[in-house]
Design a protein around this ligand. Structure first.
Ligand code: NAP
Length: 281
């Protein structure tokens, strides 16, 4: 029976620690979140980010733009936030409405305020293993969970299912920088089950229910479930067939309560760190 990796309680410890350290600062860290349109999932995520930022003692400002916002409006807002001395972190909530291409904007955010770590400078620094100003929150949270449960990364086979720019790719770099042997699988991968079965650390980030079933998991593996799926009853679940995989895995993250809360905690940690960096602390 696998040990459950409790992202919820680890995230609370991290958030408490940030709150304590923030109380000692002269100035509050400032996090700004830009939300465009009325995507219901994005609205919930942004509300939660705002709540956690306020709870940590940060200034939290949410900028809501209408679904019809133009490229010029968004660029002008980003420019203002780049020049705002009270803002340490700028987060552009994705996905954007169809008429806006995220890559027209993510590289306009000051890399030192790029709290999501999506700017090409930070992505490049991660690739080069050269201290990005910020590392993408979900991959960073996964590494923190692995560390907390003392799961060895060096020399281990890590398999990531999913190659998105926000999860799979940056996570592959973090694991490689920690000397894992990394395989990235995706929708065109052949023999996924054989590859997965070879994983000491198996991470699934696809958004497909039952992507990871018991028969493709190596006994004793650490199984990390990034997926967030709402089932037909409105209940949250992940990519992994949790109830069966837990009997064979060594460690497993639940959904909810695993990677999700760690992502938010890492966002707060990134904001705090960027504040220190910008203020020479
Ligand atoms: P994404 O951009 O849609 O990427 C999904 C990836 O999964 C793609 O690389 C895709 O392959 C791969 N994939 C899809 N079906 C597959 C299959 N049958 N076999 C193998 N690979 C397959 O998604 P994302 O933004 O990375 O998010 C993935 C999931 O994680 C979603 O459920 C999302 O809600 C969740 N998420 C959770 C958190 C958190 O904090 N817990 C954070 C971010 C995302 P191709 O590239 O070939 O299309």
């Amino acid at each position: 029976m696998a040990e459950i990796m409790d992202g919820k309680s680890l995230s609370l410890k991290i958030l408490d620690d940030i709150k304590e350290k923030t109380a000692l600062l002269k100035k509050r860290p400032g996090l700004s979140v830009i939300l465009i349109g009325n995507n219901p999932a994005s609205s919930i995520y942004v509300k939660n980010k705002e709540k956690q930022a306020l709870n940590a003692g940060f200034n939290s400002i949410v900028y809501k733009l209408p679904e019809t916002a133009s490229k010029g409006e968004l660029l002008s807002l980003i420019n203002n936030l780049n020049n705002d001395e009270d803002i340490d972190g700028i987060l552009l909530q994705l996905p954007l409405p169809k008429h806006l291409n995220p890559y027209d904007f993510l590289d306009k955010i000051d890399p030192k305020k790029d709290v999501d770590g999506f700017h090409p400078v930070n992505a490049g620094k991660l690739l080069l293993n050269e201290n990005p100003y910020a590392v993408p929150c979900t991959p960073k949270g996964i590494i923190r969970l692995l560390d907390e449960y003392k799961i060895q990364i060096e020399g281990k086979n890590a398999v990531i299912i999913g190659r998105s720019n926000i999860v799979g790719k940056p996570l592959s770099m973090l694991l490689l920088n920690k000397n894992a042997t990394v395989t990235i699988a995706h929708s065109k991968t052949k023999n996924l089950s054989e590859i997965a079965k070879n994983a000491d650390i198996l991470i699934s980030a696809t958004g497909c229910a039952d992507m990871v079933t018991k028969d493709i998991v190596k006994e004793g593996a650490a199984v990390i479930d990034v997926g967030i799926i709402r089932d037909e009853n409105g209940k949250l679940r992940g990519d992994v067939d949790f109830n069966n995989v837990k009997d064979i895995a060594g460690f497993i993250t639940p959904v909810p309560g695993g990677v999700g809360p760690m992502t938010i905690a890492m966002l707060m940690e990134n904001t705090y760190k960027l504040h220190l960096l910008r203020n020479g602390l």
